[in-house]
Design a protein. Structure first.
Length: 208
């Protein structure tokens, strides 16, 4: 298991594009009508999402944007009920059980009543497909540090446990839809033909 200091170093030194660099416009479109005036992006990456939302701010172990605060999702430096929308896009799959549990509790704490929690995670991912090996020590790990797998049942369980009510849940090829704005309208046919395999679970939940 990677230590948080090593995870932060990995992302601080990362030169590759983040998933949100491409998918953020599509996530905003899918979230239309649920984005409030006080917005937090937890695990904000490069800041691509907050660049598209007025007055939004981010939190990340590696702060790579002026509006991102360096911090840990499991111990957020914000007051209770600080935000009416919290995004967690492509972040929960990176967290160990303890950090994920504390992180979800923290999101519930900083989100105001009737506020919206918007999530994307890889859907039913086969972690073995992206497992790589270190040639020096022989250790195996997911190339992007994914350690959690999500489907509809698991997502419902972890959100209901904390008092969230799911109001929308869809399985979508969000990255493809963002990169191919015209072809996305034919995604169902492309999926049947076997061209779309990697999908995301897109969820909007409300704090009751």
């Amino acid at each position: 298991m990677w230590e948080k200091s090593n995870i932060a170093k990995f992302w601080e030194e990362n030169k590759a594009a983040y998933a949100g660099d491409v998918s953020s416009p599509e996530i905003i479109r899918l979230s239309r009508g649920y984005i409030g005036t006080k917005v937090l992006d937890a695990g904000a990456g490069s800041g691509a999402l907050i660049d598209l939302i007025p007055n939004a701010m981010g939190l990340d172990l590696a702060a790579k944007h002026p509006k991102i605060i360096k911090g840990d999702i499991s111990s957020m430096p914000f007051e209770k009920d600080s935000f009416n929308t919290v995004f967690a896009t492509e972040i929960l799959e990176h967290l160990d059980e303890e950090t994920q549990s504390k992180g979800l509790d923290e999101i519930y704490r900083v989100l105001s009543r009737e506020g919206h929690f918007i999530i994307t995670v890889p859907y039913n991912e086969d972690l073995n497909q992206d497992t790589v090996f270190c040639p020096k020590c022989g250790a195996s790990f997911h190339r992007w540090g994914h350690i959690q797998v999500f489907d509809e049942k698991r997502m419902k369980e972890i959100l209901k446990k904390r008092g969230f009510e799911i109001i929308k849940m869809r399985i979508l090829p969000i990255g493809f839809m963002a990169a191919h704005r015209f072809l996305k309208y034919f995604r169902y046919f492309l999926k049947k033909l076997g061209f779309l395999s990697a999908c995301s679970l897109f969820v909007i939940a409300v704090k009751r």
